[in-house]
Design a protein around this ligand. Sequence first.
Ligand SMILES: [Fe+2]
Ligand SMILES: [Fe+2]
Length: 382
Amino acid sequence: MHFSDQSCMEDLILQMSMARDISEIISIVRHSARSLIGADGISFVLRDGASCYYADEDAIGPLWKGQRFPMTSCISGWAMIHGETVVIPDIYVDPRVPIEAYRNTFVKSLVMVPVRPEDPVGAIGAYWSKVGEPGPEIVQRLKRIANTAAIAMTNVALINSLATAREESQRARDAMILAMASLAETRDHETGNHIRRTQHYVRALAEAMRQQEPYKATLDDELIDLLYKSAPLHDIGKVGIPDSILLKPGKLDKSEFEVMKTHAEIGQAAIETAESYMGSTTPFLSLAKEIAYTHHEKWNGTGYPRGLKGEEIPIAGRIMAIADVYDALVSERIYKAAMPHEQAVDLIASESGTHFDPDIVEVFIKIAPIFKDIHRKFSNAA
Ligand SMILES: [Fe+2]
Ligand SMILES: [Fe+2]
């Protein structure tokens, strides 16, 4: 092999190793195989059930691109069925060649190599306009290209199955979260669509916050998505609150309220249990835990369960506090009427720096109409 051929072959191998889908593999073969082989034509054939699909070609004249033939009546089919390389110095004297298919082509001789001979998924053909036996080195090179394509196709299949597995586990995770959240929701009949609404408020607030410093860098797409997905678990701890308190049709007395307050710790502990079962945490679980634990803290340190102050309260808890309170205010409860949107915004504004983070309240006031829309869109009746 000449030096330049050698480096072309290495180039092809490198490109193949980086291919991310089958069409890339085919295109690499189309672009470099013909000159590497010194052939008049190259075709890439894929096995498609009982037929051979001529997926692509690079040749001095048209071959069979886009056509399908039964496996039993074409040379690529023969190569795939037998898992063997076929060398045909003169197509008109070889009984395996379906002459009719070749009459309108330039082809006089050919080599066909199966891709992955032990379990062929395709074949690569090289064609010449002259009768003659292609040298062993040429056959060897074509085999090498086919082997490289086989490895690349296996890689692509692996990458795809990994991506599918990842998607499945993400879907399972999302379904689990919703199942857990709806479990909490069925215990608390008054919440209606509270969980869905707070999820949307939180995302709207975070997206508006990241328009300005110091949140530009910290609130990235990934974190906002995590916030959106973990927000439904903020009241998961309510599953641990007795019905007599959770479903009481009126204001709670002091001791009942003390019990109600424990939902923040119960939620935190429940998610921690999930983490310990997993043997590690995930960004999602640790954020969900943080929100469950801190969404009732207040900026001035008078909240619960720990009485955290200012920026000691994680940002996710500070965002959730506003979303949670807004929704409670504008929603009807058995013991209270719904407060009009404007009044709820004023009330939250008046608690800036006492209950809520003043910077987040500022953003909230700016985007308050979005909150109103979300509440309308996911009203309890829906
Ligand atoms: Fe809560
Ligand atoms: Fe809530």
